[in-house]
Design a protein around this ligand. Sequence first.
Ligand code: NDP
Length: 445
Amino acid sequence: MTYIEEVFQKLERENSNEKEFLQAAKEILFSLQPVIDKHPEYQKAGLLERFVEPERIITFRVPWVDDNGKVQVNKGYRVQFNSAIGPYKGGLRFHPTVNLSILKFLGLEQILKNSLTTLPIGGGKGGSNFDPKGKSDAEVMRFCQSFMTELCRHIGQDVDVPAGDIGVGGREIGYLFGQYKRLRDEFTAGVLTGKALTYGGSLGRKEATGYGLLFFTKEMLIHNGRSIEGNIAVVSGSGNVAIYATEMATQMGIKVVAMSDSNGYIYDENGVNLDVIKDIKEVKRGRIKEYVEKVPTAKYYEGCKGIWTIKCDIAFPCATQNEIDEESAEILVKNGCFAVCEGANMPSTLEAIEVYRKNKILFAPAKAANAGGVATSALEMTQNSLRLSWSREEVIEKLHEIMIAIHKNCADACARYGIAYDLVFGANIAGFEKVADAMMAQGIV
Ligand code: NDP
């Protein structure tokens, strides 16, 4: 049995009920064989065993009072996974499906993603099974205040720096920051990212994950002799990542014909009108089906999976994990899709990735393609430390350079190990090398 097989078997035994975590770990571990072959000393140092085990997991109770005066209780978590190259950094997710398996998969991916950004940030993730949907502003605020009352003792600008993720946007970050400031009696802007511009946020952060995804996609297409302009795309989700991916895609000359939320999807053959989507989702916090009231020529369909049956050249899954399974991947291929670029974290199942490989689909994996969000969070931290703000153009230009560098590092990693261009291997190897070096240098900790 190889070292990697041994490590994965142990992980399976010890975490048998954590299916998403095991899925992410399997993909990562089994692409690291070339690195392990080159560095036999990693086995003696137990490097992989340490890499897949979080440094610390904090779980806590989050009690809050709803608008009817009833006490509600949710679970709160922070997974501080790896601090080899910098303070823990990663978003908070508020969604009823949140559990340790999901946060551990996200945290593990985050370690490599953060390493790929070229910036000094470690990996972490957190959240709660709280569902902000249907809650009043006052309820969301009381929940955030209770959540931060516990979390505040575990984070800090040089310790652990949370940000947003599903269900945590500008509003939630504001409430969390306000409570942190009150409890600590200090204004430390760098303790959270994704802040509003008035209190230490960065221009360009809101757009960063979606824009970065398109910058990365463009690099991948150029590398493979294709043009980005003139393609038809499907974007799943209609949250932060999906909206700004659609915005930049449209600017680059792509026609986005479909978007979704967790209830269903819209198809607009003329190209989605993003102003209408922004009004429904960002301003009114409504449902995507309201789009057809504003654009009657578009169609609405119940259910999420059907979005992958729409004919497109490029698919941008930007909603959630495992949203493209083997069957959806086969349909995409049959309909002529030539590229899948992940805005969401782990939106493709392992079986779907195999379908892409077999059919030579260009595949941009999440940890590389959506790293623009956390990269710009790190730029926000830098601006906070410098106590100044860069212009939007400066931030977007830096983001663009970072995404070009990430693509190049992934492609170069394949070339260095004699592997054909495959960004799953490239991203895992390039991200891992730096973390592994730092862990070896710091001894057995
Ligand atoms: P948002 O909460 O802003 O939006 C999430 C979108 O996905 C919504 O349209 C939501 O629909 C939909 N969605 C959520 N859960 C499901 C589900 N189970 N099935 C179908 N649709 C679903 O989150 P983000 O846009 O920030 O995040 C989207 C993805 O991108 C996540 O995987 C996240 O981890 C990843 N990501 C986010 C980054 C960021 O900077 N925000 C950075 C890197 C990755 P509904 O409104 O109905 O809930």
